[in-house]
Design a protein. Structure first.
Length: 401
């Protein structure tokens, strides 16, 4: 028989084992909950960090954009600063020359004190012996400078300059304006063509913008007569000369033939770019800018490079206005440099066909109009469209095909 003491010890051992298993299960459950909570907190932290990273990336892109804008503004400001420095140097030179001019005026006023001068006194360049006056007169590069003196009298409201200190107050004024460089400097064709491109920027627009004047939509049969203005020299023709010739020819034809009785076409285009090396040309400017030989200038204008026998202007009209067209081109000749000739064309209008051939082929229906020009129909085409004993297609059949 088992003793009662042994039975009680066994039951207590089983109770202890059960409580230990419950404790272990409870610990496992707590560990599982802690692991789930850790995973959730890690997920939330990761999402929060990803959001922060995306915000930082957005801010970085905005900062890069603002940085590029600031760099662009800085470059523009630097360019403007350089341009302002250049303009400032020019203004300083001009201020210096104006100070020289003021000194020269003062000396002239003192030298004129006590003399009885009348109006419109001209001072020649050769008699000016004073260096200050010579510096002032060199500013105008040979332009005549006249001093106009007005005496104050009763009943006349002459302007007064009290700082002259003379018995009468003279009014000194001058006119000196510099234009663009003359076209004779660019007349000869040298070097290679220099057209406008992505490497040659800042080219001013040519003065001529219209190349067809008059009834440019009239058909080829309307104006049979044609006359050309042909260049007889190899030279450069500026866009200003082309525009002036176009205006002169159009004005004469409109006045004497009528605006509906002709078609004028400018046959050359000013694609060649002219350059100029600008420097300070006033007196004393050699201390600021002296230039150099063979300097590459900036674009100033455009011109057309024409050769001998090249057509400059063409006019087509009716036969009864042929003399008006020739006179209009004769007047346009004076707008060009060099020599030109007026040549009456033997072609029909602006076409390449002789007048006799054009009339003949027109009667045979071999001429197909093409705007101000015409096409000659040949012997090409389907055999089904041919007529027996006829080698060429007619214009009506060709248009239908």
């Amino acid at each position: 028989m088992a003793s009662p003491g042994g039975t009680s010890s066994g039951s207590s051992l089983l109770h202890n084992l059960g409580s230990h298993e419950d404790l272990q299960a409870l610990m496992e459950q707590k560990k599982r909950k802690r692991m789930i909570s850790n995973r959730e907190s890690a997920r939330r932290s990761r999402m929060r960090k990803q959001k922060q990273v995306s915000d930082l990336i957005t801010e970085l892109s905005q900062l890069k954009k603002e940085n590029s804008q600031l760099i662009m503004l800085l470059s523009i400001t630097t360019q403007r600063c350089a341009a302002m420095k250049a303009e400032n140097s020019i203004l300083m030179a001009q201020a210096m020359e104006l100070s020289y001019a003021l000194e020269s005026f003062n000396e002239t006023a003192h030298s004129m004190r006590g003399s009885n001068l009348r109006s419109n006194m001209s001072i020649p360049f050769g008699v000016m012996g004073r260096p200050v006056l010579n510096r002032w007169f060199n500013l105008f590069l040979g332009f005549p400078l006249s001093f106009h003196c007005l005496e104050k009298k009763e009943g006349r409201g002459a302007a007064s300059l009290p700082w002259f200190g003379l018995g009468f107050d003279p009014v000194l004024f001058f006119v000196a304006a510099m234009g663009r460089r003359p076209a004779r400097c660019y007349r000869q064709i040298k070097n290679k063509p220099y057209p406008k491109s992505r490497y040659c920027r800042g080219v001013p627009d040519p003065k001529i913008r219209i190349y067809d004047v008059g009834m440019k939509k009239k058909g080829v049969d309307e104006f049979p007569f044609c006359v050309h203005l042909v260049s007889w020299e190899k030279e450069n023709v500026s866009s200003e000369a082309l525009e002036a010739a176009r205006i002169a020819c159009n004005k004469y034809m409109t006045k004497f033939a009528g605006k509906d009785a002709f078609h004028l076409r400018v046959r050359v285009h000013p694609f060649h770019v002219l350059r100029i090396n600008k420097m300070l040309s006033c007196a004393g400017a050699d201390r600021l800018q002296t230039g150099m030989r063979g300097a590459f200038g900036k674009p100033q204008g455009t011109c057309a490079r024409v050769s001998i026998g090249q057509v400059l202007l063409s006019v087509r009209c009716k036969d009864n206005n042929s003399h008006n067209a020739q006179e209009a081109l004769r007047r346009a000749k004076f707008k060009f440099p060099g020599r030109q000739k007026i040549i009456v064309s033997g072609k029909w209008g602006f076409t390449k066909f002789n007048r006799s051939d054009y009339v003949k082929w027109k009667s045979e229906n071999r001429i197909m109009p093409d705007g101000v020009n015409a096409k000659l129909l040949g012997c090409h085409g389907p055999l089904s469209k041919r007529q027996p004993g006829r080698a060429f297609l007619q214009a009506t059949l060709a248009e239908a095909s």
